[in-house]
Design a protein around this ligand. Structure first.
Ligand SMILES: NC(=O)c1ccc[n+]([C@@H]2O[C@H](COP(=O)([O-])OP(=O)(O)OC[C@H]3O[C@@H](n4cnc5c(N)ncnc54)[C@H](OP(=O)(O)O)[C@@H]3O)[C@@H](O)[C@H]2O)c1
Length: 413
C-alpha cells in the first residue's frame, strides 16, 4: 500500500511521490533564533508546473541565508512568495541540494526521472523579456533565490525546482559532499569571473576575506586554478593552515588588527589612527604575498567591518566585488581612494546557470575540492543554523542529510 508520508531517511520507490512530506519550515509568527524559528512539519508535496522538476532531496547544503530567513531579517521571506504564486504562511529553508529526480513537468526535456543531480539556486521567470532576449538571467527583474526568495527549499523530502537548476552530480562525491558547494561555489565563480575585465588572470593577487569559510574556501581554489595568487584573511592560525592546503599563497590573521568598522570622519584626528591600521593591514598583504603588490581583486562579504579597508588596499584600477554584509550594511567608502585610483566597487549576487554549470564541471573533474567540513542529521538542522550564526561550524561548507543514509556524521552535542 502507498504511504501517505515516509519517515526521514526512508526513500520511496523511484518515481513514487507520496502526497505528504517532512520539511524544515519557518513561519512568520516564530521568526527569531534558528532553534526556535526552524521546525520540522509534515505538509503537502508541491504540485509541478510544466517546466518544474521534483527532486527527492538526499542532502541539503547549509547556507547563511537560512539564518536570515529564520530571523526574518532583513526581510520577511514569506511576503515575497506571493509574487511567484506560492504560499505565504510558511517557507522551507535551503538553497543547496543533492538528490534524485522523482517527477518532471510536461515540458521538461533535459532532465529525466532517476537522474542524480545537484541543484543551483538561481530561479527566474522563463518568459521574462530580459531572459528571453538572451541577457544574463542573473540580472533579470524576476531573478530570485530558490529556498530564500521562494517557498520550496531543499530542507524537505521533496523540493520543487526549475529544470535548468538541475546539474549532473559529481559521481565521486557522496550525497552530503555533493550538496554542499554549489551555492557558495557558483557565487564565488560569478564574483571572480563574471565581471570582465576584472576576471582572475594568471599572476593576479586576490584578497579573500573569510578564506576558511563556505565562500572563501572555494574562492581560494578558483583563484589558484586560474593561475592567480590568493591571500586569505582568517580568524585563527588553524584556519590559515587550512587555506594554504587549498592553495592560498599566504594569509593574514584579522585578530592582529583593530581598525575594523566605520572609520572616523576624514577630518577628525582619530581618522589618522584608522589610517595607520589600514596601512599596517596593507603591509601584511605584501608580506603574505611575498612582494609589494596590491590585490587586483578584493573578494568581499563581511561588509561593514571590512569595506573601508578593502577600498584602501585594492590596487589602482582594481575591483572590490561584494556579495554580502555579514557584519552590517552601513558601510563607508572614502571616495578619494575610489576615484583617484579608479577602482571599481561591484555588487554580485549568486549566479546564472552557465556560471553554476562551469563551477560544477570543475567539481565533477575533481579540480575543485568540495570542502565539506561536516554533515549533520536532519533533526539537527535548527541547531546547525544557530551554530552558523555564532561562527561555530567547522571550516569549509556544511550539509545536512535528508533522505540519504546516515553514515560518518558529525552529531551536535
Ligand atoms: N549574495 C550571494 O549571492 C551570497 C551567496 C553566498 C553567501 N552569501 C553571504 O556571504 C556571507 C558569507 O557566507 P559563507 O557561506 O562564506 O559564511 P561562513 O562559512 O560563515 O564564512 C564567513 C567567514 O567570514 C569571516 N568573517 C565573519 N565575520 C567577519 C568580520 N566581521 N570581519 C571579517 N571576516 C569575518 C569568518 O572567517 P574568520 O573568522 O576566519 O575571519 C567566517 O568564517 C554570508 O552573509 C552569506 O549570507 C551571499
Amino acid at each position: 500500500m502507498r504511504n501517505d508520508v515516509y519517515d526521514i531517511g526512508e526513500v520511496p520507490p523511484l518515481g513514487e511521490v507520496p502526497p505528504r512530506m517532512h520539511g524544515m519550515l519557518v513561519r512568520p509568527d516564530r521568526f527569531g533564533d534558528p532553534t526556535v524559528a526552524i521546525r520540522d512539519e509534515v505538509l503537502d508535496v508541491p504540485e509541478l508546473g510544466a517546466h518544474d522538476v521534483l527532486v527527492a532531496t538526499m542532502a541539503a547544503g547549509v547556507n547563511f541565508n537560512n539564518v536570515w530567513a529564520a530571523r526574518g531579517v532583513p526581510i520577511d521571506v514569506t511576503k515575497g512568495q506571493a509574487r511567484w504564486g506560492e504560499p505565504t504562511d510558511f517557507h522551507i529553508v535551503g538553497s543547496d541540494a543533492s538528490g534524485v529526480v522523482y517527477a518532471i513537468g510536461s515540458d521538461v526535456r533535459e532532465v529525466a526521472v532517476g537522474d542524480e543531480v545537484v541543484v543551483h539556486p538561481g530561479q527566474w521567470n522563463l518568459d521574462d523579456p530580459w531572459v528571453a532576449s538572451g541577457n544574463d538571467p542573473g540580472l533579470a527583474a524576476s531573478f530570485r533565490v530558490w529556498g530564500y526568495d521562494t517557498c520550496w527549499g531543499s530542507m524537505a523530502q521533496f523540493t520543487k525546482v526549475q529544470e535548468h537548476q538541475c546539474l549532473p552530480k559529481a559521481e565521486h562525491l557522496t550525497w552530503e559532499e555533493a550538496a554542499a558547494p554549489t551555492l557558495t561555489g557558483g557565487t564565488a565563480y560569478r564574483m571572480l569571473f563574471g565581471w570582465p575585465p576584472h576576471t582572475v588572470q594568471p599572476g593576479d593577487l586576490v584578497l579573500v576575506w573569510g578564506g576558511a569559510g563556505g565562500l572563501g574556501s572555494l574562492a581560494i581554489q578558483l583563484v589558484a586554478n586560474a593561475g592567480g595568487r590568493a591571500v586569505a584573511v582568517v580568524g585563527s592560525p588553524e584556519k590559515a593552515d587550512y587555506c594554504r592546503s587549498l592553495g592560498a599563497v599566504g594569509s593574514i590573521n584579522r585578530r592582529d588588527f583593530s581598525h575594523w568598522g566605520v572609520p572616523p570622519r576624514w577630518d577628525a584626528p582619530a581618522w589618522r589612527d584608522w589610517l595607520d591600521g589600514a596601512k599596517a593591514f596593507g603591509k601584511a598583504i605584501w608580506e603574505a604575498a611575498g612582494e609589494k603588490t596590491n590585490p587586483r581583486i578584493v573578494f568581499e562579504h563581511p561588509g561593514e567591518d571590512t569595506i573601508p579597508t578593502s577600498n584602501f588596499v585594492c590596487d589602482r584600477g582594481g575591483m572590490i566585488v561584494i556579495c554580502a554584509g555579514t557584519s552590517g550594511y552601513d558601510t563607508l567608502i572614502d571616495v578619494r581612494y575610489l576615484w583617484y585610483l579608479q577602482k571599481r566597487y561591484q555588487g554580485s549576487h549568486l549566479m546564472n546557470t552557465a556560471q553554476a554549470a562551469a563551477f560544477n564541471d570543475l567539481v565533477r573533474a575533481g579540480t575543485i575540492r568540495a570542502t565539506l567540513g561536516a554533515a549533520y542529521p536532519y533533526d539537527q538542522i535548527p541547531q546547525v543554523h544557530h551554530l552558523m550564526e555564532e561562527g561555530g561550524l567547522p571550516d569549509g561548507n556544511v550539509s545536512c542529510l535528508v533522505n540519504a543514509p546516515q553514515t560518518g556524521l558529525t552529531t551536535l552535542r
